[in-house]
Ligand binder design. Structure first.
Ligand code: NAD
Length: 365
């Protein structure tokens, strides 16, 4: 597709969108704008954008597609700017914000001016931020939720999907309220709980200074998302506060019920609490990316000797298997180490499992 695309916000999401759009539409001109000159220069230096905009207004006025990939509060501010300036007649505006209600509310002012706005939320990401973390495969197989505004008809929806084809995401349409309820439950609320768990461990550290050394394995896995950007999560929490207040109150009720059954030493109800949670958790899809990201993880027990990690990665490289992540689980200090290797696909995971299990040094599961 030909045309000029302005991406405002050249971070993890904006940068990754630039790469996906350019890959699918090499003839399009990708103009980038970020309030951080450093990120903008980096994006240009890395070849992620074709041009730097002098200002948001200048970039927006010449664009056929405008993508707002800044924090949610900033998206609303940039939408206010779009209301005031002259834009191309058939311009299409979208965003990447993780909360949709306040954005869709703000979009009605754009609709009043005849501007097509389609809310967007690519449900893939990472706890990393910045353009350096951007990558083309970030959205592959992930759900990409679209919330069309009043002025956005079927043709505009099709146009946006064509622009975003290179993301290789799975598009889903819904309204903003449904989106915020859904993502509140499976994405935003878990962040609140993960950070609360870390606060609990931090408090316990006063009495047990060694707690951080013992808080390995399961604790680290459960609280991984607490390492995400505090600014972005404060923004999301306050923008989706209505849904999160409801979920926090429901959680309080669950905590009260749990407190009661534990105080009463009620084995049957305690067992039911865990087994119902396990049944639901085990039933979640694991082979495709979604609202709860699925990871193609392989666990490998390795002996403790220098160079052993290089041996594992060399075997994978020799067999042309790429990995997306590699980390060490500190299960027990005196025992063998456990590596967690993440792959891009289920097929790669199976191949990795096959080649590594042939090595007697490693135990793979
Ligand atoms: P990021 O911190 O990596 O990048 C945001 C960029 O926006 C930064 O470079 C910052 O300088 C720039 N910026 C901030 N305010 C600006 C303004 N007023 N004008 C121009 N540039 C501005 O963040 P990210 O992870 O790419 O998130 C961007 C958006 O995508 C957010 O709305 C977030 O809710 C959403 N999102 C994030 C994830 C994720 O996991 N990171 C997933 C889906 C959606």
């Amino acid at each position: 597709m030909k045309g000029t695309v302005l991406i405002a916000g050249l971070g993890l999401i904006g940068g990754s969108l630039c790469i996906s759009i350019k890959k699918e539409h090499p003839e399009a001109k990708i103009v980038g704008y970020d309030r951080s000159e450093r990120e903008m220069n980096l994006a240009k230096g890395l070849g992620i954008i074709d041009e730097e905009a002098d200002s948001f207004e200048q970039g927006a006025s010449g664009a056929d597609l405008i993508v707002l990939a800044v924090p949610v509060i900033q998206i609303i501010k940039l939408m206010e700017v779009l209301q005031r300036i002259g834009l191309k007649k058939n311009v299409l505006v979208t965003d990447a914000g993780s909360v949709k209600n306040p954005i869709m509310k703000a979009s009605s002012n754009l609709s009043d001016k005849g501007i097509s706005f389609i809310g967007g939320h690519p449900m893939a990401g990472s706890h990393k931020s910045g353009v350096k973390a951007a990558k083309d495969l970030l959205f592959e197989n992930a759900y990409y939720i679209l919330t069309p505004g009043r002025e956005a008809g079927k043709d505009k929806l099709a146009e946006l999907k064509t622009w975003l084809k290179g993301t290789r995401a799975k598009f889903l349409e819904m309204n903003a309220a449904e989106h915020d309820e859904l993502t509140g439950a499976v994405s935003h609320f878990p962040h609140l709980v993960a950070s609360s768990l870390v606060h609990t461990a931090k408090k316990a550290q006063k009495n047990f200074p060694f707690i951080s050394r013992l808080a390995a394995g399961g604790f680290k896995d459960t609280t991984r998302i607490a390492s995400a950007d505090p600014q972005m999560w404060s923004d999301i929490t306050l923008q989706n506060s209505r849904v999160l207040i409801k979920l926090l109150n429901e959680w309080k009720e669950t905590a009260d019920e749990l407190l009661e059954i534990v105080e009463r030493q009620d084995y049957e109800k305690t067992f039911r609490f865990f087994s119902e949670a396990k049944a639901f958790r085990d039933g979640l899809p694991v082979k495709s990316k979604g609202a709860i990201p699925a990871f193609y993880d392989l666990y490998v027990d390795i002996p403790d000797h220098p160079g052993v990690i290089a041996e594992v990665t060399a075997i994978l490289a020799k067999n042309d298997i790429s990995i997306t992540n590699l980390r060490i689980l500190e299960m027990r200090e005196d025992a063998v180490g456990r590596l967690v290797i993440s792959f891009q696909s289920h097929a790669d995971l199976e191949k990795g499992k096959d080649v590594l299990s042939k090595e007697t040094l490693f135990e793979v599961f």
